[in-house]
Ligand binder design. Structure first.
Ligand SMILES: Nc1ncnc2c1ncn2[C@@H]1O[C@H](COP(=O)(O)OP(=O)(O)O)[C@@H](O)[C@H]1O
Ligand SMILES: C[C@@](O)(CCOP(=O)(O)O)CC(=O)O
Ligand SMILES: [Mg+2]
Length: 405
């Protein structure tokens, strides 16, 4: 395909999309090895604004990580050789990734975080261009309320936003926002397409993702995920969750690779731990369902025990961290129960609160955890998946960032 040789149809208007982060209640890491995970959408989102240009250039701005790049379409066009239009989506090959990394020229740049985000963008842009026959000249700005690299699925929210916007721009899916609407969602079939492409972005960022994070980013709400099968949890009670970001940096890709190594080294020891984590997810799902009809306090004791057991398991598979231990200890001193969430090794922990946990206990927990240098807040869960927005309908601070102010 030549840069000027447009075969497909372009949408050619400004798109604004958002996707939520997530909290994994149970099943992180085990889900990479075919076990079940329970995950819920967070009320913190990633936003993307994409506008057409008429100068044959592509601009990419990622203010969370200080990336500001641009390319000419004629520079990108030769890279399409590495992206044959396949009907079936295949994982990125090491050759494709090496070529994109070399092209992005980030080898002597500010490091892994920037490389990965840029290469994930280029990978999705070029694969969708190869599929649709459209190589659009656009400027993109992606900004997130989520901390990046902290276990709350920022990589998946980033991939979901890119997939939704690029697929819409190249008319692989429709753009659902009509005239006068402030918010709209794609059809179930289109969401399925967006989710599959977002998984490709996660493969670039994580190496070997399970797909749970992009599923929550796409569908929102609460779901059970196992080996690609997404089951919405319809009867989840309103859970109160305290989130703590230890601010210890870590990479999901490295942690997932570490667990795989341990599993290969000690299969007879590690596989039973993963089986037990799977059983915890199933037990938790049963309890959550029972709570929809009966809100007795006994259910909370079981949920708390499951949190404690799983935290120990996650330590055993090597994804704990002293900072996460401090969260568990500080909250245990107040009778609360915590576990890491996401890839661990630092990043975030969740603390389960009961409906009647007194405000004074929550305030003390927040104070104690803040004194450790952690960020800590009570959060809402179960928000919507990927959405298209009219820019003026978003919160003023988000509009400001998306306008590049
Ligand atoms: N808003 C964003 N802007 C740019 N890159 C992002 C953004 N959110 C996530 N990323 C990419 O995802 C990576 C973090 O992914 P990961 O290690 O899986 O952590 P998590 O998904 O838990 O936040 C970042 O290093 C960056 O490359
Ligand atoms: C560890 C894992 O289960 C979740 C990773 O989540 P996060 O990138 O830390 O937000 C990996 C995966 O499911 O792909
Ligand atoms: Mg991630």
């Amino acid at each position: 395909m030549e840069a000027g040789d447009i075969q497909g149809e372009m949408l050619n208007k400004t798109l604004v999309v958002s996707a939520p982060g997530k909290v994994i209640l149970h099943g992180e890491h085990a889900v990479v090895h075919g076990k079940a995970a329970l995950a819920v959408a967070l009320n913190l989102r990633t936003f993307l604004r994409m506008s057409p240009r008429d100068d044959g250039k592509i601009f990419l701005q990622l203010p969370n990580i200080g990336v500001k790049l641009w390319w000419d379409l004629v520079q990108l066009q030769p890279l399409l050789d590495a992206f044959p239009d396949r009907t079936e989506l295949k994982p990125p090959t090491p050759e494709q990734l090496a070529r994109l990394k070399e092209f992005a020229g980030t080898a002597d740049g500010p490091g892994e975080i920037h490389d990965v985000a840029t290469v994930a963008f280029l990978y999705l842009y070029l694969s969708i261009a190869a599929k649709s026959g459209v190589l659009p000249s656009v400027e993109l700005l992606v900004w997130s309320e989520l901390p990046t690299g902290a276990g709350l699925g920022s990589s998946a929210a980033y991939s979901v936003c890119l997939a939704a916007a690029l697929l819409s721009e190249c008319s692989v899916v429709g753009y659902p926002l009509g005239e006068g609407q402030s918010l709209a969602r794609w059809t179930e079939e289109e969401l399925d397409v967006i989710n599959k492409w977002a998984f490709q972005g996660e493969q670039v960022i994580h190496g070997n993702p399970s797909g749970v994070d992009n599923a929550v980013g796409t569908w929102g709400g609460a779901l059970r995920y196992q080996s690609g099968k997404i089951t919405p949890l319809k009867r989840v009670p309103t859970l109160r969750i305290l989130l703590t970001n230890t601010k210890v940096p870590r990479s999901t890709k490295a942690l997932v690779a570490g667990v795989r190594e341990k599993l290969l080294k000690f299969p007879a020891i590690m596989e039973p731990v993963l089986i037990s984590i799977d059983a915890i997810s199933r037990e938790c799902e049963g309890v959550l369902e029972a709570m929809a009809d009966d809100s007795s306090q006994g259910h909370y004791s079981v949920l708390e025990e499951l949190v404690d057991i799983n935290q120990h398991h996650l330590d055993v598979i090597g994804v704990g961290h002293p900072a996460l231990d401090r969260v568990c200890q500080a909250t245990a001193a107040l009778g609360l129960h915590s576990k890491l969430t996401g890839a661990g090794g630092g990043g975030c922990a969740i603390t389960l609160l009961r409906p009647d946990t007194p405000p004074s206990v929550v305030e003390t927990a927040v104070r104690d955890l803040s004194r450790c240098g952690f960020a800590c807040w009570e959060t809402d869960i179960g928000g919507p998946g990927v959405c298209a927005h009219a820019l003026p309908s978003l919160k003023a601070d988000v509009v400001k960032v998306l306008n590049g102010i």
